[in-house]
Structures are given as structure tokens and as C-alpha cells.
Design a binder for this molecule. Structure first.
Ligand code: HEM
Length: 538
């Protein structure tokens, strides 16, 4: 038979079960020798000096000295919870993914995060929030690594180091921790105007959620679904909180940052432990898989664009319930490793250039953060499907692999030939046609529209929401030291909406510029221009 490549349980290796990582009534060394005293070092007499031969002293301090691992390069501040996902069966016509079959229950782990602050930063800052879900499906792990904002700052992953350098604290003073109150952030988003749509969401109440339990989540990119018949469709993933979407006011966010920097973390754990299990519905917007990869004129490969729900309703496909808090924060929340390329059969990537770069980045950073290539053996990262990957050795190897022939086919180890998965159960890449135009470093022309959807978002806001947006831009831009940067951002606002621009300019004590591009009232599709909600008194 085929030797199974996986981490043996404690029972299989002869060791006692290690659910809590420690056993026995007595304190021991790491080698299991009982200790009599852990409070005094071994000394040459009561007044010292301390002896180098004190093994327990050296071992205890050495292990402590190495307790820290690097924090995530982004999304360092986070919290997590376990739960279950139950499928409604409504996605069966568009994807063969087994975890979406009616009634299927799948274990999940979710990590929520801010993006820019360090591990110890405050929860209620104005920032995007991460919403990363690990589905431990029978067909392999599916990671939906999303955010609470449906668009992203940039269209191409090659700019990710740049946008993060601009958003993180200034390299000289290491301030501020909050996302947007500084020159480099506004310098970037006013020069890379594709960032204006995401920035508008950040300046809205979406940038200061009340609770992780009241946040939407979005897969952002368009994915390609494949059904049993091999037919494909394009789709975007949405999480809809059962409690509805709620935000803090700016004043609440400020006060809570000081009074309880752990507000969101505490809220999630307290709710779960009180039995008020938070729930989300997973939904999909589905689009025909056409060669253009557009829908109603919207480029589905452009991650700075949404498809309004009025044009493509979000169809519920299942329900997520978070019902268990972590036992150990480090083991679970810190060591969990998500990857947008962890996909089950039935869900495939598209050519979105932001998604494509992410497929490289996550495992690359985790090799450093989690100390080598075996982090999928860490308990929180272990798939719940059988693993037989022929990966061997490396730092922190936990498995004791049997057999001599980790290659296929081989004529040893039982002579097992390579057994390929059948088409039904294996992940088969969709044979998408690749452009024949030759290599280019350029975007499609449709990526040039940077303002129309920011305008659509602005126009869809109620008067009080607009007021909050104006105040947020005014406050955050007011923190910039460089007037030229404020003026350049005002120019972007002028290109989005003259009223918004005039209000922020007044707040900053600067003149409001004229638009430099025609106001993009009619977005790519005629249908879109009809979508601005009308509010009484607007
Ligand atoms: C981490 C979402 C774009 C690189 C994360 C996390 C989330 C996330 C939720 C935190 C995962 C966790 O809780 O452990 C997104 C979304 C994106 C996006 C929704 C755009 C749609 C990118 C891009 C890159 C990138 C373009 C790089 C080219 C990273 C890295 C981490 C990370 C390096 C740290 C991972 C780790 O240390 O385990 N991202 N991200 N992200 N992201 Fe992204």
C-alpha cells in the first residue's frame, strides 16, 4: 500500500495524548526528568555566583529567549475562532466543490485582523479588516482570504510592497499606527489613483466596524467555478453577518482605542463564550464566463471594482457559525497560515493580476514567519483530508515517514504506481485560453477608470454617512505635513464629486480645485448610473 504522509498522532508514536501539550502531575525538564525546584538557580553558595552547569536554568531561559516569532508583515493584529459551515446546496449547479453540497458540514477556523497596525495595536483604528476563513474540507483545505471591503487599493500585486510601505508607519519616526493619518498614505493614494475607491470605503463608516460580528466579508477577486459537467462560471464571494452591518462613530472609536484597545477581540470571545454564536451567510454573485471576463461593462479582473448587487444579486449558499474560542492564542491565531491558492476541486483562480501575485506571496512569507517548509503540519494548519504529498525532511519535520521511495511511480514500497485522482475528485485546472498578444507590462484599458465607482459609492450614501466621510477625509488629511499632498488628494476628490471636494477643502482651509477629468457620472454600464440611492433631504 501507499505509505501515508502525515503527522502521526501521539498515540501512534507511543507518546501519551498531548491535547494540552503537557502531561503528568510533576514539573519536568523538556526531557521529562522531574524537577525539585524551579525558583532558584544553582549557586556556589547562597551568595553565588551562579553555576553554568545548571541545566534547568539554561534550558528554561533559552526556551524563553526564543518564544517570539516574526509578526505577520501585514495583518499582524488579529483574533480568531473555530466554527462550522453548513451548505444549503444552492451552489451545486455552479460548482462541484463537495463542501457546498446540501447539508454538508465543514469545520472552519476564522481569523479577523486589522491590516497595518503591529501585533499590539488598538482594535478600533480606521483601517481595512481581514476576514480569513479556513474550511477544512474533505477534498482539501479551502482558504477564503478576504477583507471587509470588497475592493482593493491596487490592481497589480507588484505594487503591494509599495502600498504597504506607504501605509505602514513612517520609517523615520515609526508613527502613526493608524492607517491613514499621514503623508505617505495620502501621497500614495493620490498618485496611484486606482486606490481612490478603496480609500473612500476606508473613510466611510466601514473603516471603523463596531464588531467583527457585524462586518461583511468579501473574497474581492473574481474566482472561476466549475460544476460536475465541467461548465464554468465566474463568481465573487460575500459574507453577510446575521447581525447586520454596524459601525462605530469616530468619537466612539477614538475613546474605545484608549479605554479598551482589545475591544473587538474581547467582543468576539465574550459573545462566543456567552453562547451568542456569531453567524454569517456565505453568498456568491455569479457571472457568465465569457472571453471578455466582464459583466455589464465591469471588468471582472479589476479588483478595484465591485459589481453592484442590483446588477448581480448575492445568492446565499451556506451558513457559518463561530462557536468555539481558541485554547491557545499562539498555537491557533498566530500560527494559522492562510493561502489564496488553497482551493478545492470546483473553485479555481482567474487572471486577476492582484490574485496571481498573492498566490506567490503567502507561502513565501510563511516560510520565514513559521520557520521553514513544514508549517502545514502545525495542528491548526493540518488538513482534515488525508495528505500524501511526498514532501520530506526540512526544519521542524514532525512526521515519521515510512517507506523508502517518496517518488511516483516507483517499483519499491509495494510497487505502487502513481495513482492520479479521477476528474471527479481531483483538482483539474480549467484550460483557460491565454492571450496571444505577447508579453507586456501593461494594464487593459478598462483598468484606467479610477473614479467612477468611488463616485457611485459616494452617491449611494445617506446624508449622515456622507457627513462622516467628509469629516474623515478632513481629519485624516489634516494630519499631513505637506500641503502639496493635501492639494493632490483634493484634486482626486474633485474628479469624484464636487460637493465632497468642496466640503473637505473648506475643512482644510484650502481652495477646491476643478475636475481634471470629466466627472464619470455614467459608469461603464448605463445601468450603473441609475444606482445611486436617493435619500430624503439629499
Ligand atoms: C495577510 C487579505 C492582497 C500579501 C493577509 C490576511 C488577509 C489578507 C485577510 C491575514 C491572514 C491571516 O489572518 O493570517 C488580502 C486581500 C487582498 C490582499 C483581501 C486583496 C484582495 C495581498 C497582496 C499581497 C498580500 C496583493 C502580496 C502581493 C499578504 C501577506 C500576508 C497577508 C504577505 C501575511 C501572511 C502571513 O504572514 O501569514 N492578507 N490580502 N496580500 N497578505 Fe494579503
Amino acid at each position: 500500500g501507499t505509505p501515508e504522509t502525515r503527522t502521526p498522532t501521539g498515540a501512534e508514536t507511543g507518546a501519551p495524548a498531548t491535547a494540552n501539550g503537557q502531561q503528568g502531575a510533576y514539573l519536568t525538564t523538556s526531557q521529562g526528568a522531574r524537577l525539585r525546584d524551579t525558583d532558584h538557580s544553582l549557586k556556589a553558595g547562597p551568595r553565588g555566583p551562579v553555576l553554568l552547569q545548571d541545566h534547568h536554568l539554561r534550558e528554561k531561559i533559552t526556551h524563553f529567549d526564543h518564544e517570539r516569532i516574526p509578526e505577520r508583515v501585514v495583518h499582524a493584529r488579529g483574533t480568531g475562532a473555530h466554527g462550522v459551515f453548513e451548505a444549503y446546496g444552492t451552489a451545486e449547479t455552479v460548482t462541484k466543490a463537495g463542501f457546498l453540497r446540501k447539508g454538508t458540514k465543514t469545520d472552519v477556523f476564522v481569523r479577523f485582523s486589522t491590516v497595518l497596525g503591529s501585533r499590539g495595536s488598538a482594535d478600533t483604528v480606521r483601517d481595512t479588516r481581514g476576514f480569513a476563513t479556513k474550511f477544512y474540507t474533505d477534498e482539501g483545505t479551502f482558504d477564503l482570504v478576504g477583507n471587509n471591503i470588497p475592493v482593493f487599493f491596487i490592481q497589480d500585486a507588484i505594487k503591494f510592497p509599495d502600498v504597504i510601505h506607504a501605509g505602514k508607519p513612517h520609517p523615520d519616526r515609526e508613527i502613526p499606527q493608524a492607517q491613514s493619518a499621514h503623508d505617505t498614505f495620502w501621497d500614495f493614494v493620490s498618485l496611484h489613483t486606482e486606490a481612490q475607491h478603496h480609500t473612500m470605503w476606508n473613510m466611510s463608516d466601514r473603516g471603523i466596524p463596531r464588531s467583527y460580528r457585524t462586518m461583511e466579508g468579501f473574497g474581492v477577486h473574481t474566482f472561476r467555478l466549475v460544476n460536475e459537467a465541467g461548465e464554468t462560471a465566474l463568481a465573487k464571494f460575500h459574507w453577510k453577518p446575521k447581525l447586520g452591518v454596524h459601525s462605530l462613530t469616530w468619537e466612539e472609536a477614538q475613546m474605545i482605542s484608549g479605554m479598551d484597545p482589545d475591544f473587538h477581540r474581547r467582543d468576539l470571545y465574550d459573545a462566543i463564550e456567552a453562547g451568542a454564536f456569531p453567524e454569517w451567510e456565505l453568498g456568491i454573485q455569479v457571472f457568465p464566463d465569457t472571453p471578455e471576463e466582464t459583466f455589464e461593462g465591469i471588468d471582472l479582473l479589476d479588483p478595484t471594482k465591485i459589481v453592484p448587487e442590483e446588477l448581480a444579486p448575492v445568492q446565499p449558499v451556506g451558513k457559518l457559525t463561530l462557536n468555539r474560542t481558541p485554547t491557545n492564542f499562539f498555537a491557533e491565531v498566530e500560527q494559522v497560515a492562510f493561502h489564496p491558492g488553497h482551493l478545492p476541486p470546483g473553485i479555481d483562480v482567474t487572471n486577476d493580476p492582484l490574485l496571481q501575485g498573492r498566490l506567490f506571496s503567502y507561502v513565501d512569507t510563511q516560510l520565514t514567519r513559521l520557520g521553514g517548509p513544514n508549517f502545514s503540519q502545525i495542528p491548526i494548519n493540518r488538513p482534515h483530508a488525508p495528505v500524501n504529498d511526498m514532501f520530506r525532511d526540512g526544519f521542524h519535520q514532525q512526521a515519521v515517514h515510512a517507506g523508502v521511495a517518496p517518488y511516483k511511480p516507483n517499483s519499491l514500497d509495494g510497487g505502487n504506481p502513481f495513482v492520479a485522482g479521477d476528474d471527479e475528485h481531483a483538482f483539474v485546472d480549467v484550460p483557460v485560453t491565454v492571450t496571444e498578444s505577447g508579453k507586456v507590462r501593461a494594464n487593459p484599458v478598462s483598468f484606467d477608470d479610477h473614479f467612477s465607482q468611488a463616485r457611485l459609492f459616494w452617491l449611494s450614501m445617506s446624508p449622515v454617512e456622507k457627513e462622516h466621510i467628509i469629516r474623515a477625509y478632513t481629519f485624516e488629511l489634516g494630519k499631513c505635513y505637506h500641503q502639496a499632498i493635501k492639494e493632490r488628494q483634493l484634486q482626486c476628490l474633485a474628479n469624484i464629486d464636487p460637493v465632497l471636494c468642496a466640503e473637505v477643502a473648506t475643512g482644510l482651509g484650502l481652495p477646491a480645485p476643478e475636475p481634471t477629468v470629466p466627472i464619470a457620472d455614467a459608469a461603464p454600464s448605463p445601468a450603473l448610473s441609475q444606482l445611486g440611492r436617493e435619500w430624503p433631504g439629499d
